[in-house]
Design a protein around this ligand. Structure first.
Ligand SMILES: *[C@@H]1O[C@H](CO)[C@@H](O)[C@H](O)[C@H]1NC(C)=O
Ligand SMILES: *[C@@H]1O[C@H](CO)[C@@H](O)[C@H](O)[C@H]1NC(C)=O
Ligand SMILES: *[C@@H]1O[C@H](CO)[C@@H](O)[C@H](O)[C@H]1NC(C)=O
Ligand SMILES: *[C@@H]1O[C@H](CO)[C@@H](O)[C@H](O)[C@H]1NC(C)=O
Ligand SMILES: *[C@@H]1O[C@H](CO)[C@@H](O)[C@H](O)[C@H]1NC(C)=O
Ligand SMILES: *[C@@H]1O[C@H](CO)[C@@H](O)[C@H](O)[C@H]1NC(C)=O
Length: 663
């Protein structure tokens, strides 16, 4: 189930080669720490705070990147101190927008309004205020900091860790040395290898002395970073006075040029701090102490409250969601208050719990972590999307809860594990051919439903074995619609500069150009089919299978050599029909062809699976884009055997069966 989650993978090094993305200037909110100590409304302190906010906003509109201010009155205890700092590469209009939004947030957010002190972090700016002076000293209190790590490990962890450490250290040197009194900001690009670069950014508030800035950064680099982000593909540590961040894609603007491309929206993991927990833990009313009457009244009120929440969040669309809304108390009851024993999975978004409703139904509860990068808007979109989908090969959506900062999705509980587990799990779980074939067919019809037969036209965008759950009868159920997109009925293609998905399953046109369509799902399906047949993973995972060559190269080589049956998982314990296996290999290869236009549609795939008398076209060379090295191997190999453009080496009918027994 851990696999229900999606990891975002930036392929920016490809993008930067292929196209320059443009992006609307949106703000990326990250985190806030607002003191639970509140001041009294309508006091001088409040009016000072208002004055402070407007002074910050007006400075930000004046092309200023950093500003600190103090609003004093006759009574010292009414003094308010505040500052904002925009990231060094942020253009002034965005800085202005960010500071405006941040002050708005601080004065209106339920956790922040009336707080005696607070700090809010955006990708673009930091805004902070307090009733105590904090200028010129670094606040290293753990509770005011925030870390965020990419969930994805770098393959070459040890050397990457060293590189990150050295690069950030150098970037810090540069920031500290950059102009006395000026901004303390620096970015740096370092080559990881010929394909990839490491991007580092560090910044201190300019009110710190160079020495304090350096020691603030040192503490982040030497102490916080190793704990949160060592070996990860990206990470950041944010404190009120200094911040560091590294990624393997460019996330900052280099010297007044292009806008920030494609921060991966999803799949980053946050580790929360204790103050957050205190802020969000909600007192639970003990039902046992209430009389039946009170209970009734409360329920009535709760229902009304939920209905209001629904209308607030979904407006007109709320009518279709009635009956899908759960209140937090129900979920807590079902999951034993999110107890550890009930946890069945964990990932970038948060945790998944198994729960039992009062009426006995089993549910899987996906609880997005508080600081999950999936914002409320995406969350609501996902709900509106999945609420309209229903098919036996999709995991059934049962409801959601959007209350008290909680974002929770509730699905039917699928008792078995994911396909990923059966194919690649540690203890080899053997699947018969019969089961594999059924999974291929079921998955195909689930995708076909998404593409063509639901009320919507849905592109899943993250199909992979870990998102295919198997029930007790080994029926596949597609899960995780966090990245799914709805297309207009006559829309065929879309582009995004936010390329998210999973390494190994993304089609080349999506990974490189951000173009996605039904055919990019078809591509992912093709990979899944080949993985099901071979039990080999199409990812650069050194641990799982020691394949010298990529899966596609391997399959293609055997296909060209007319030895397709030798790719079959040797652990297959049952009889199988060779023609069925070969047909599936061929379908897999058709789906992973480089040119999306010649990949079959899902409707065609399903007809191929259902009707064995339909003749299949011969597949062209698959896309090897993820394996630059493999491509070379392939070309050398093919030149000595068969020309790469020759048509299919054989057709199913004329196949000399004797040569196709597995070794
Ligand atoms: C604060 O002042 C506003 C406007 O004068 C008023 O509406 C509000 O009731 C006051 N609140 C308190 C808690 O006194
Ligand atoms: C800004 O901070 C500096 C110390 O870093 C302090 O000397 C100065 O008075 C502050 N400015 C205001 C307006 O508070
Ligand atoms: C700031 O607020 C805290 C918490 O309410 C309070 O204990 C402290 O005395 C205040 N300090 C000043 C200078 O007003
Ligand atoms: C602040 O940003 C949020 C999220 O992007 C947006 O919903 C809100 O309207 C913005 N507010 C302002 C004042 O720009
Ligand atoms: C990443 O690597 C660390 C060890 O370096 C390991 O403990 C962790 O489980 C790995 N995480 C993933 C998601 O592979
Ligand atoms: C980090 O930078 C400091 C200051 O320039 C330097 O003394 C130290 O050797 C550097 N450490 C590494 C590991 O590069």
């Amino acid at each position: 189930m851990a696999s229900c989650f999606t990891y975002a993978i930036p392929f920016i090094f490809f993008i930067s080669l292929c196209f320059t993305p443009t992006r609307a200037q949106g703000l990326q909110y990250q985190y806030q720490v607002c003191s639970p100590n509140k001041f009294t409304p309508n006091t001088t302190f409040q009016s000072h705070l208002t004055t402070l906010f407007s002074s910050l906003s007006s400075k930000a509109s004046n092309n200023v990147q950093f500003f600190n201010n103090t609003v004093t009155g006759t009574n010292p205890s009414d003094t308010v101190y505040g500052l904002f700092m925009c990231r060094g590469d942020i253009p002034s209009d965005l800085c202005n927008h960010c500071v405006g939004n941040a002050t708005q947030r601080l004065s209106t957010h339920v956790d922040c309004s009336f707080s005696i002190e607070a700090v809010v972090y955006y990708d673009e700016c930091i805004v902070r205020y307090s009733n105590l002076s904090f200028f010129g000293t670094a606040d290293m209190e753990i509770n005011s900091g925030y870390v965020l790590a990419s969930p994805i490990n770098m393959t070459n962890q040890e050397s990457f860790k060293r590189l990150v450490y050295v690069s950030l250290n150098e970037t810090a040197d540069e920031a500290v040395g950059s102009g006395s009194g000026g901004e303390k900001f620096a970015t740096k690009e370092t080559d990881i290898d010929i394909f990839q670069k490491l991007y580092c950014l560090v910044q201190c508030t300019p009110d710190l002395s160079p020495r304090d800035c350096r020691s603030c950064l040192n503490s982040l680099i030497n102490s916080d970073l190793p704990r949160c982000c060592a070996g990860r593909q990206g990470g950041r540590v944010l404190y009120p006075n200094c911040v560091i961040r590294f990624e393997i894609y460019p996330f900052f603007r280099s010297h007044g040029s292009a806008p920030t491309p494609t921060p991966p929206k999803l799949g980053e993991k946050k580790s929360s701090t204790s103050r957050t927990i205190i802020l969000v833990v909600v007192p639970i009313v003990s039902l046992a102490t209430l009389s039946a009457f009170c209970y009734y009244l409360l329920r009535r009120r709760a229902r009304k409250r939920l209905k209001n929440l629904l209308r607030e969040n979904f407006g007109e669309e709320s009518s279709i969601l009635e009956g899908l809304q759960f209140d937090l108390a129900t979920i807590k009851l079902a999951t034993d208050n999110f107890s550890n024993e009930r946890e069945i999975g964990k990932g970038g978004f948060g945790e998944v719990y198994k729960g039992v409703l009062v009426d006995g139904r089993h549910i899987a509860v996906k609880r997005l972590s508080i600081g999950s990068k999936q914002g409320s808007v995406e969350f609501k979109n996902e709900i509106l999307l999945i609420a309209k989908l229903q098919h036996r090969n999709l995991v059934a959506f049962m409801g959601f809860c959007l209350e008290e900062e909680e974002k929770i999705l509730i699905y039917e509980y699928v008792p078995n594990r994911s396909l990923d587990y059966f194919l690649f799990g540690n203890q080899q779980q053997k699947l018969s051919w019969h089961e594999r074939y059924k999974i291929i067919g079921g998955t195909a019809s689930g995708i076909l439903y998404l593409h063509e037969y639901s009320q919507l036209k849905v592109i899943h965008r993250d199909l992979k074995p870990s998102n295919i759950l198997l029930d007790e009868n080994m029926n596949p159920k597609i899960s995780d619609f966090g990245l799914a997109r709805i297309f207009d009925v006559d829309q065929n293609r879309a582009e995004t500069d936010r390329i998210v998905g999973t390494y190994g399953y993304m089609s080349p046109e999506y990974a490189m150009l951000g173009q996605f369509s039904e055919k990019s799902d078809v591509f992912s399906f093709g990979i899944i089919v080949l993985e099901i047949i071979t039990s080999k993973k199409n990812a650069r995972s050194y641990e799982s299978h020691n394949m010298e060559e990529g899966l596609m190269t391997y399959v293609w080589r055997h296909w060209k050599n007319e030895t397709p049956m030798s790719i079959l998982d040797p652990n297959m314990k049952e009889n199988y029909y060779e023609t069925e296996v070969i047909r599936c290999i061929q379908i897999g290869l058709l789906c992973v062809q480089e040119n999306p236009n010649i990949r079959p549609t899902m409707a065609t795939v399903v007809s191929y699976l259902n009707n064995h008398s339909l003749e299949l076209p011969s597949p062209q060379e698959p896309a090897f884009f993820l394996h630059g090295i493999d491509k070379k191997v392939m070309q050398q190999g093919s030149s000595s055997t068969i020309s790469a453009n020759s048509s299919m080496p054989f057709s199913v009918n004329e196949m000399p069966t004797t040569s196709f027994y597995p070794r």
